[in-house]
Design a protein around this ligand. Structure first.
Ligand code: BGC
Length: 739
């Protein structure tokens, strides 16, 4: 059957939803607004009991196809309204075949690869019986201390918006309800990445201009891409919790952007309105969250307990409940859930076993990796080394390879860097020594939910012995690959940190290995920027491999030995220390800009310039970018120009360059950032090959929310343009904009 024929027309959706609403009791309606946890650790009545009574429209934190079918049977056959359940889970970067973490995928600067990744994730998740994923995570993160930076696309709204749209397309396909896809959820709306001090959940203070110009664009891009659902954030935004924030959830999301789907709260966030000192009690929280625009209560049961009372005493109108129910039912109808509520248990194994899923994961990982340093062209390594040492606590860690958001366990099939190198060099002696283990100083609440988690109890003398063994192992080898960084539980939710240094004794080990005088390559596995200042000066070759997913070890080996040429670029700057965060390239100019006579260093105890700038990444080849041309020297407000530049591979191997366009507005209604990304394109070029890249620059790119004017403006001004290979690009042109 042609997949397209399953699109259900809007009028039919409306008619079916209205017919359902008409025959539903208030209790049944409130059930549809309730999402319950299916995990064993969830307290309270069992899901079966709640579902049988019609008390749930959706279940999360469950990952068991048989159980999905069993619960669905109760909903469809025994519950009063017989409305099927929506099954939801955090499928953030893969279901069984794990792709690089989202921050890594953003480093590919390749929306096509990201769309393909999330399409594979959707196919696997849907085959398992899931209908809905809590992704993409679209929070702009400019503070590397914030643990959840790993889940998003980094610091930039232009890159973030491109990644947002790509992920929505990947998860959902061409329309809501497309076969082998899931409903996506744009989260966490909004501003969560700007928490004070990078501390997870702390309050956020962002003026409207910052929200609209920086933090909203990925969310708006998701709406334009047709995202089915939104999730409200946990924290207070300008003293109003995001989950009780009518301005966000109605004025912006629905009235301005025209979002038609439904909004779910973050987990327990409706109940947290009380904890946060906003709502008086659960009843007040339920009423205010619903009024603000939260259609579905995730896991807190506050709606289940209180909404009926609020309708009965007239505080809420039935029409307000109905509006929320309609939005949820519409998604269920579009998904085809009423026709096909169950999942074919036999199909899952076939879908998960598909080799092209692993191939896609390997390619995505290759394309995500960023070459940070390559002195003396140490990389790529020759394949004829006879004796290689692979050293470091993450070298054989499946957890660090697959990364965060794996609460349901890491796949035994994950290929570590050690595995990847061994597979690449079957005839060489590849020795491994982990060195001392690393751990968080304070464990995470989520560690207790991770079946793979084991607390490290390595006593100091065992750590010292491991350190010495690592040195001895390195001493015997011709070349050493150090695999250092952060464990999977060191980034993600509740995983912020004050320092960005390599945790534990890793830098000490790196220094000791470097002192052996042998060729050393550093492979970083981590979910956030790290202040690797010493390594940046002293280790000749450094690959940022992030948390690269199931095929990560193969992809690292492909890069190390030249079967793939790194072409990723940093989606976020690397600060020299944690206390420099937030540090981002798109800052406004000051009265004492760098290079001016009035220049004053921003700190007297260390340069705040990033260790590696936004957009940075090297290749095994070299590129030149020349011939910047603007189609007109002057345009009128509202008109567009074409910006072109010529890119040539000037080296001796094929490789990828990400050509980036930045602008700065010299004067206008407001001060604007000294640079802002406005376009990018990743190209593959053979040695000697040239290509012209073309960017459109018009009102969409030049307008901004003016604090001074209180509205969107495009100024008559002069625009500086730069095109180049990172945010420090120097190839420059001007564009005059007149009225
Ligand atoms: C996180 C969300 C996630 C939800 C459900 C919350 O703790 O903030 O990102 O989707 O849990 O697992």
């Amino acid at each position: 059957m042609d997949a397209k024929t399953t699109i259900i027309a809007d009028a039919e959706v409306t008619a079916r939803v209205e017919a359902l609403i008409e025959r539903m009791s208030l209790a049944e309606k409130i059930g549809q607004l309730t999402q319950i946890g299916g995990a064993d650790w969830v307290r309270g009545p069992k899901p079966e009991e709640i579902i049988r009574k019609g008390g749930a429209g959706s279940v999360l934190w469950l990952n068991d196809t048989q159980k999905f079918n069993a619960l669905q049977k109760i909903a469809v056959e025994e519950s009063p309204s017989k409305i099927p359940l929506l099954f939801a889970l955090d499928v953030i970067h893969g279901y069984r075949t794990i792709f690089p973490v989202p921050l890594a995928m953003a480093a590919s600067w390749d929306p096509v690869v990201v769309e393909q990744a999330q399409a594979v994730a959707a196919r696997e998740a849907r085959a398992a019986g899931l209908h809905w994923t809590f992704g993409p995570m679209l929070d702009i993160a400019r503070d590397a201390r914030w643990g959840r930076i790993v889940e998003g696309a980094g610091e930039d709204p232009c890159l973030g918006a491109a990644m947002a749209a790509a992920q929505v397309r990947g998860f959902q396909g061409e329309y809501l309800g497309a076969p082998d896809r899931v409903i996506a959820c744009a989260k966490h709306f909004a501003g969560y990445g700007a928490s004070d001090g990078g501390r997870d959940y702390d309050p956020v203070y962002l003026p409207e201009g910052q929200l609209r110009n920086v933090y909203f664009p990925p969310f708006e891009a998701a709406v334009k891409a047709g995202v089915g659902t939104f999730m409200s954030a946990y924290m207070d935004l300008n003293d109003v919790p995001a989950t009780g924030n009518r301005w966000l959830l109605r004025d912006i999301l629905r009235d301005e952007w025209g979002f038609q789907g439904f909004v779910v709260s973050d987990a327990f966030a409706v109940a947290s309105l009380v904890t946060q000192g906003f709502a008086r009690d659960g009843r007040d929280a339920a009423g205010r969250a619903l009024r603000a625009g939260v259609d579905m209560d995730m896991a807190s049961s506050t709606y289940l307990e209180h909404l009926a009372g609020l309708v009965e005493d007239g505080t809420l109108k039935m029409a307000e409940i109905d509006a929320a129910v309609r939005r949820i039912l519409a998604i269920k109808v579009r998904l085809g859930l009423f026709e096909q509520p169950y999942t074919d248990e036999a199909k899952l194994a076939q879908v998960l076993a598909q080799p092209e899923h692993r191939q896609a994961a390997r390619r995505a990982a290759q394309r995500s990796m960023v070459l940070l340093r390559n002195e003396g062209q140490l990389l790529p390594l020759a394949k004829n080394f006879r004796h290689v040492a692979v050293i470091g606590p993450l070298a054989d860690s499946k957890e660090a390879t697959e990364g965060s958001w794996m609460v349901f366990g890491h796949t035994p099939a994950a290929v570590t860097v050690l595995d990847g190198i061994r597979a690449k060099l079957p005839d060489a002696q590849v020795e491994y020594a982990p060195g001392p283990e690393i751990q968080r100083d304070i464990p995470s609440f989520f560690d207790t939910m991770n079946p793979n988690f084991k607390a490290v109890t390595q006593p100091p003398d065992a750590a010292e012995a491991a350190f010495q063994t690592a040195i001895a192992t390195a001493r015997r080898a011709e070349v050493i690959v150090m695999v250092l960084g952060e464990n999977a539980n060191m980034a993600g939710e509740a995983a912020s940190r004050a320092s960005l240094d390599l945790p534990g004794r890793q830098e000490e080990l790196l220094r000791a290995v470097m002192a052996l005088g042998k060729p050393v390559v550093l492979v970083l596995l981590n979910g956030r920027p790290l202040s690797i200042n010493w390594a940046a000066e002293n280790v000749p070759a450094i690959i940022e491999a992030w948390e690269p997913g199931t095929e990560g070890g193969h992809a690292v080996a492909d890069i190390l030995f030249g079967d793939a040429n790194p072409g990723g670029k940093l989606p976020v700057a690397f600060p020299r220390q944690g206390s420099h965060a937030p540090l981002y390239y798109a800052r406004n100019l000051t009265h004492s800009p760098e290079g001016s006579q009035m220049y004053n260093p921003r700190y007297w105890d260390g340069l705040p310039a990033p260790l590696y700038p936004f957009g940075f990444g090297l290749s095994y080849t070299t590129f030149s970018i020349t011939d910047l041309k603007v189609s007109a020297a002057q345009v009128k407000v509202g008109d567009s120009v074409t910006v072109t530049a010529s890119v040539t591979n000037t080296g001796s191997v094929a490789g990828d360059e990400v050509v980036q366009l930045y602008i700065h507005q010299r004067f206008g209604s407001d001060s604007r950032p000294m640079r802002e990304l406005k376009g990018f394109e990743r190209l593959t070029l053979n040695p000697g090959e040239s290509r012209t890249v073309t960017f459109e620059l018009g009102p969409e790119q030049l307008k901004y929310w003016s604090t001074n004017a209180g509205e969107w403006v495009q100024d008559a001004t002069v625009i500086d343009l730069w095109v180049g290979s990172d945010s420090l690009a120097t190839l420059h042109a001007d564009l005059v904009v007149v009225r």
